[in-house]
Design a protein around this ligand. Structure first.
Ligand code: ZN
Length: 184
């Protein structure tokens, strides 16, 4: 089932999301709906706040970018109860966009690797892993949504000021998208 994607300016994108337990109702269906919604919108990741739920869950399928970034060749993953425990001090440039901020593409800095603790959706066992390269970039973008952040928060003051009009237009429903949206 396709879900509408929450647009910039909505308070659900600014809240800190919470962990869930095994008996969270309809988790499998929710994840399956998130995949459908992400693929239809032609995104490479989608976080639960973007479909209106403040839970620490996101899905990523970056495999379509394997020609530019060989390390994502099999990077299709679900992250549940995700917590980044360590980030590299070394930063890399990352050109990003977001389904909640249609039409905006900017280059920001991200850590080149991260360590992330999360829960396996099938076994509900916790694990921690090191993620590097382009996979780490995509994970950090989605992870930001769980902490109430969007990628433009990482821009400098001048860039932010220049984007103000575009962001207001998105909040007002003036951005063109080929997927259904939820406005603030
Ligand atoms: Zn995003």
């Amino acid at each position: 089932m396709l879900l509408p994607i929450v647009q910039y300016g909505h308070p659900v994108l600014r809240k800190t999301s919470v962990d869930i337990t095994k008996d969270y109702e309809g988790l499998d269906k929710l994840i399956s709906d998130m995949w459908d919604t992400m693929y239809k919108a032609e995104g490479i990741g989608l976080a639960a706040p973007q479909i209106g739920r403040n839970i620490r869950l996101f899905v990523i399928d970056a495999t379509c970018l394997k020609d530019d970034h060989p390390e994502v060749a099999d990077f299709k993953r679900v992250f549940l109860n995700a917590h980044i425990t360590e980030r590299s001090e070394t930063l890399v440039d990352s050109a990003e966009g977001c389904l909640s901020l249609p039409g905006i593409n900017e280059t920001i800095k991200r850590s080149s690797w991260i360590k992330i603790r999360h829960t396996d959706v099938e076994t509900f066992e916790e694990k921690e892993e090191l993620i590097e390269g382009y996979c780490a970039i995509v994970v950090q973008h989605e992870y930001d949504h769980l902490d109430g952040k969007v990628f433009t928060d990482h821009l400098g003051a001048l860039k932010k000021r220049l984007l103000k009009g575009k962001l207001s237009a998105i909040s007002a429903g003036k951005a063109r998208t080929h997927y259904r949206v939820t406005l603030p």
